[in-house]
Write a new protein. Structure first.
Length: 108
């Protein structure tokens, strides 16, 4: 385990040592997450994943079936507005069944 030190400024800021920046693979504008463990009084620091990294991880967690369904739905709904997609859902067999089960709404 390597130890690094830094000094808290009057403005309550710290400078992250260059070696830690390199280890965390962070640079200007990157966000850092601090986690404090009250039991051990230990502070953990890590780089926050970017939105694209989080979306990629989410996509990679999908099953093959889910990925195929996403492709199918993206083709079906491309070029439609949210209102048009909602209307399509409302009038679909699945949508009507959902509303009936969830809210007791009968087919109009």
């Amino acid at each position: 385990m390597t130890t690094y030190t830094t000094t808290l400024t009057r403005a309550s800021q710290i400078t992250l040592p260059k070696a830690l920046q390199q280890l965390l693979e962070v640079g200007s504008g990157d966000r850092l997450v601090y986690t404090y463990d009250e039991k051990t009084k230990a502070l953990t620091l890590k780089r926050q994943a970017t939105l694209s990294e989080r979306l990629e991880a989410l996509h990679n967690s999908y099953s093959k079936t889910t990925k195929n369904n996403l492709k199918k739905f993206s083709k079906k709904y491309s070029g439609m507005s949210v209102s048009e997609i909602r209307a399509d859902w409302d009038n679909s067999k699945e949508g009507k069944r959902y509303y009936a089960e969830k809210y007791g709404v009968k087919n109009a």
